[in-house]
Design a protein. Structure first.
Length: 113
């Protein structure tokens, strides 16, 4: 199941567009990258960085970080991700997908929110 990862200040628009990834491993890597990017690798946030590397398969929120930032990892169903990306007609009658997940993710990541 895919994931959406974003970094933002609570109550504000995201600093960067959220990013969709296909796997739990990729979500862990992206969350840890965002934590490191926001904190500048400050040792005081090493525990948060480690937690982000081990994010639950259900998702999680990390922070507050410097500047009030948080990093949020949300597990999403492929149907919802496709709708957010504006991909239509991707489910066949038999329930299989006519558009591969990587194309749905590419479409989502290309959409400016």
């Amino acid at each position: 199941m895919p994931y959406i990862i974003c970094q933002n200040i609570p109550g504000c628009l995201p600093e960067e567009d959220p990013v969709a990834v296909a796997t739990h491993f990729e979500a862990r890597e992206m969350a840890a990258h965002y934590v490191e990017q926001i904190t500048g690798g400050d040792d005081a946030y090493e525990e948060v960085y480690t937690d982000a590397q081990n994010v639950s398969e259900l998702g999680d929120v990390f922070g507050p970080l410097p500047g009030g930032y948080i990093v949020e990892v949300e597990r999403v169903h492929t149907h919802r991700l496709a709708a957010l990306a504006g991909v239509e007609g991707y489910v066949k009658v038999d329930g299989t997908f006519s558009v591969p997940l990587d194309e749905i993710i590419d479409a989502y990541n290309g959409v400016k929110r």
